[in-house]
Ligand binder design. Sequence first.
Ligand SMILES: [Zn+2]
Length: 201
Amino acid sequence: MVGAGRWLAARGLAPGSSGNISIRDGTTWLMTPTGRPLGRLSAEHVARLDASANPIAGPAPTKEHPLHLAVYQSRPTAAAIVHLHSTYAVALSCLSDLDPDRPLPPLTPYQVMRLDRLLVVPYAMPGSRELADAVRTRAQESPVLLLANHGSVVAAPTLDEAVAVAEELEEAARVALLVAGRPTRPLDAGQVAEIRERFRS
Ligand SMILES: [Zn+2]
């Protein structure tokens, strides 16, 4: 978790003290703390929560811990979650004309392989029960979410995979915004189907 935080910070994906990471550890959770940049974490800064989400060791967890717990409730196979306020994902999340069920056109094969099920969660106050409830509902359909006017959430069976998909989402958002306003040629339905057939996990 410490290494993942440094990795994400070094890539400019965790501006200020934004971004948080959690790991499921049996019936407890490890989470990054509130108010500390991801790039300046060490092991003593990691918070541990019990099965009822009460802090049992370390500093106070991120104020956004309800959204992490909501995703774990909806996705029993998820063992790690990365939540970022990375620039391009945030920019994408602020567009008013996003399709909530397909916010990114299928521009590249990798996008179809890794981000095919990206869904938008409607805006609610960070840390709120309302946001956790909305995330819980959407997470039942997909492990990769874009929170409107906020950022990205990725759940995966391993932390490495969650980090990789979060990075890919950021780059896909960047590409989509770079080509916005220009004529583009998204992959057609047949090309998308071929990729899904071969690579769908
Ligand atoms: Zn956030």
